[in-house]
Design a protein around this ligand. Structure first.
Ligand SMILES: Cc1ncc(COP(=O)(O)O)c(C=O)c1O
Length: 407
């Protein structure tokens, strides 16, 4: 069933509010998405009917809380095609999931002389942890370049993935260029070289069908708040045998099996990686977000975003904007970065805000990519299930005003 954005919009209370006295046009979902009533109500229902700590209480209420939490884990695994709940670790989000891999897998396995490969388009979340790892281990960090169309230079793969490579870290969808990367080909190359691949799915999971088995990903990270769920929740998927072999991440309650004054043994996976009281209500909300998106149909989400992105790319081209990233919507998601004449992106965002339009301006946590593009910043409009072509029209009218102001 195709997605009817006018119907979907009604699920989002915030879209009934105004900004600067005008209809709110929210075009910053790549940063964080808005939340539907179904998710908000699920969180309220948890606190009203099921709230207790998980995995501890022998009483019935504790069982209800645990069932809600573990149900969310199953939903989050199913959403990305994971075969078992044991491979799904709840984290605070993508950033924490990537840092978990840095601390619990990479620190004891990556050494001086080894290489970690990232790409020129990575978000700082999938770059800084690897810079820190390289600094502390003496490993070398390498960057797979992009071409002028904003796509990875796959022709250079043999040069960049070698028997020194231990880990390849790449986003499935760029938060700046919108580019959808050929993960399976990268995974095949990594595995042939004896390396593992970590996929940053923060931008992809909310917008397109993901199957970690088809991608052949060893690690896959994604965040709740970009896919209609609350902040403070996210997932690290990892192959079960990797989680079994990995060191713990945080130490504390829940992650242990037996404790002596000077040592301890670890709980079974995934609990070995969930020290302390987890963000239970947030995880339950993330599970509800999965259910909400599954109800719409993730293929319908993708089709809707391709339509609106094609429309936006056409309108921006007509306005003379420079758009970064692939022009073919089959190769990209609904995150559109652009520059317009001499108008600074921050001025653009400030002026369109006067019209009730929320867009992002800046380096989008991808400063090395900005240098590669030769710009200090871009404006970025990003679309989701509740956006319509009319939202694009309002943006374009507002941009016209910005252009007028700055000649
Ligand atoms: C591609 C990408 N990776 C990682 C992140 C970090 O996600 P979080 O802030 O939810 O940890 C983001 C957030 O914008 C992102 O766009």
């Amino acid at each position: 069933m195709p997605l009817d954005a006018e119907v979907v919009r009604k699920d989002f209370p915030i879209l009934e509010t105004q900004a600067r006295g005008k209809r709110l046009v929210y075009l910053d979902s790549a940063s964080t998405s808005q939340k539907p009533r179904q998710v908000i109500e699920r969180i309220v229902a948890f606190y009203e009917n099921e709230n207790a700590n998980v995995h501890r209480g022998v009483y019935e209420l504790g069982e209800r809380a645990t069932a809600a939490y573990e149900g969310a884990r199953s939903a989050c695994g199913r959403f990305i095609g994971a075969g078992s709940h044991r491979s799904i670790v709840f984290t605070r989000g993508t950033t924490e999931a990537i840092n978990l891999v840095r601390f619990a897998w990479a620190r004891s396995r990556v050494h001086e002389g080894d290489e970690v490969l990232v790409t020129e388009m990575e978000h700082h979340s999938n770059l800084i942890p690897w810079q820190l790892l390289a600094h502390e281990t003496g490993a070398t960090l390498r960057h797979l370049p992009i071409d002028d169309a904003g796509k990875l230079r796959m022709d250079l793969l043999e040069e960049f993935i070698t028997d020194r490579t231990k880990l390849v870290c790449v986003s499935l969808m760029s938060n700046v260029l919108g580019t959808i990367n050929p993960i399976r080909a990268l995974a095949d190359a990594a595995h042939s070289a004896g390396a593992l691949i970590l996929v940053d799915g923060a931008q992809a999971a909310p917008h397109m069908r993901v199957d970690v088995n088809e991608l052949d990903a060893d690690f896959f990270a994604y965040s709740s708040h970009k896919m209609c769920g609350p902040t403070g929740a996210g997932v690290l998927y990892a192959r079960e045998h990797l989680l079994e072999e990995m060191d713990p991440f945080h130490g504390g309650g829940e992650m242990i099996r037996e404790v002596w004054p000077d040592r301890a043994t670890w709980n079974e996976i995934p609990y070995k990686f969930e020290a302390g009281t987890p963000a239970v209500a947030q995880a339950v909300g993330m599970g509800a977000a999965v259910g909400y998106l599954e109800g719409i149909g993730i293929d319908a989400v993708r089709a809707h975003e391709q339509q609106i992105t094609a429309y936006a790319l056409g309108r921006l081209a007509d306005a003379g904007a420079i758009v970064y990233g692939p022009s073919d919507v089959a190769e990209r998601g609904g995150t559109v970065s652009f520059n317009l004449g001499a108008v600074h992106p921050h001025d653009m965002a400030t002026i369109v805000d006067q019209e009730g339009v929320c867009i992002r301006a800046g380096h989008h946590c991808a400063q090395p990519l900005m240098r590669r593009l030769g710009v200090p910043a871009t404006a970025r409009a990003s679309f989701y299930i509740y956006n319509t072509n009319e939202d694009v029209d309002v943006l374009m009218e507002a941009l016209d005003k910005a252009k007028g102001w700055f000649g």
